[in-house]
Design a protein around this ligand. Structure first.
Ligand code: ZN
Length: 400
């Protein structure tokens, strides 16, 4: 597309509710009516926008409303999680038109995983029936740390064998589409800003409850990536001075006391869950964690105590970040969130507001993601749409 004014206009239409007339567009983006008219023509020719009825009953000519054309462009989103890989086809207005979920192949063989992702994408596109020429690219949300410049995944926890794997280029070669890689927590935050509704505006942190716990940062509607694209690492915030030792040398970090693996280990040691304590794979942890949540929901007091206590600890970590950034909202989501949301939402809002440095100035809202369980994959697809549509100069890695 490559035209700044064009992306400015598309972005203004996207952010409006219900579309904008050419006159309104000229007022909002500060371009001349002639420029607006020319660019609107181009966008209509490219089928990225449509004319959607007329507005105005007062004197003067009724104004034609311009809206994004949902079928004007699509993006594929992939969320690579150690346990489950999720796929979506997203249309231009951010709606999921096709969805798939597979168990992430184990065995420490990234090439095999990438081949599986490529073939699943192929099947997904075929099932969706969308016009392939309108697919802008593939976005991948991957566990950190990542090398944003190289598009590589660098030794994430619970993905053995993934040491500097060239995910972006390998997937581009396998699919033929441009590919863009970002961190899972960042993708989740991007999804919230695009498709989350009211919870995705302004300044908020996205507490990502996955195999690990991370945090996406959004300040004044802008997603913060940091120097290397690895912002949001909160695993070593200490939340319990007497907690289990962490690989960093401290005790009671988020990573050693709150993540599903740690809670499963705690429950197993206490005899609440059966099975080995250590060396569990990602899928085992997911199963065991689901069992722990089920036990708590069925009234097992010991299981409930472990989860409720973890909510208090997670709230401490969220408070540290919320206070540091003075956000208005904490959004929770990610693959493990649905199972614990009721329990956590009964505890965390009071805990965060009780610890808020700005409590006398403003309340901190605590909510579930407006995007739902596919938030990582939706965010990955939004990255591609954002690359196409958003006029901001961001470090993005679309390789063609
Ligand atoms: Zn630590």
């Amino acid at each position: 597309m490559g035209d700044f004014n064009l992306t400015v206009i598309l972005d203004a239409i996207r952010r409006s509710t219900g579309g904008l007339s050419r006159v309104e567009l000229a007022q909002i983006v500060g371009l001349s009516p002639q420029t607006i008219s020319n660019i609107s023509r181009r966008l209509l020719d490219q089928q990225l926008i449509v004319e959607a009825g007329k507005e105005g009953n007062g004197p003067g000519k009724p104004r034609t409303i311009l809206q994004l054309n949902p079928a004007g462009q699509y993006a594929i989103g992939v969320h690579l999680d150690p346990a489950v890989t999720t796929f979506v086809v997203l249309d231009l207005i951010g709606d999921v038109v096709q969805h798939a979920r597979i168990t992430t192949p184990g065995g420490g063989n990234p090439s095999a995983v990438i081949a599986t992702i490529a073939s699943t994408i192929e099947a997904l596109i075929a099932d969706s029936g969308v016009d392939r020429s309108r697919i802008a690219g593939v976005g991948v949300a991957a566990p950190g740390p990542i090398d944003l410049d190289q598009g590589t995944v660098v030794n994430p926890p619970l993905l053995p064998g993934w040491d500097r794997v060239d995910l972006r280029d390998a997937l581009r070669d396998a699919t033929g589409y441009p590919v863009l890689v970002d961190k899972d927590v960042t993708s989740a935050a991007v999804a919230e800003t695009w498709a989350g509704g009211p919870s995705g505006s302004g300044s908020f942190i996205f507490m990502y409850m996955g195999t690990g716990i991370g945090c996406g940062l959004v300040l004044n509607d802008e997603v913060i990536r940091g120097t290397s694209g690895n912002a949001g690492e909160i695993g070593h915030i200490m939340v319990d001075p007497d907690g289990p030792p962490c690989d960093c040398g401290q005790r009671g970090c988020v990573k050693s006391s709150c993540i599903p693996q740690a809670l499963v280990a705690e429950a197993t040691q206490a005899g609440i869950l059966e099975g080995p304590v250590d060396a569990l794979g990602a899928a085992d942890i997911q199963d065991s964690f689901a069992r722990l949540c089920q036990l708590a929901d069925d009234g097992n007091v010991h299981a409930a105590t472990i989860l409720d206590r973890s909510a208090v600890l997670v709230a401490r970590a969220a408070s540290v970040v919320a206070n540091a950034l003075d956000v208005e909202r904490v959004v929770f989501g990610g693959p493990f969130w649905a199972q614990i949301s009721d329990r956590y939402l009964a505890i965390i809002p009071d805990a965060i507001n009780g610890a808020s440095a700005a409590a006398v100035i403003h309340n901190v809202e605590v909510v579930s993601s407006g995007v739902g369980e596919d938030v990582g994959a939706v965010g990955a697809a939004c990255l591609v749409l954002e690359h196409t549509l958003a006029p901001r100069a961001q470090r993005l890695l679309l390789e063609t």
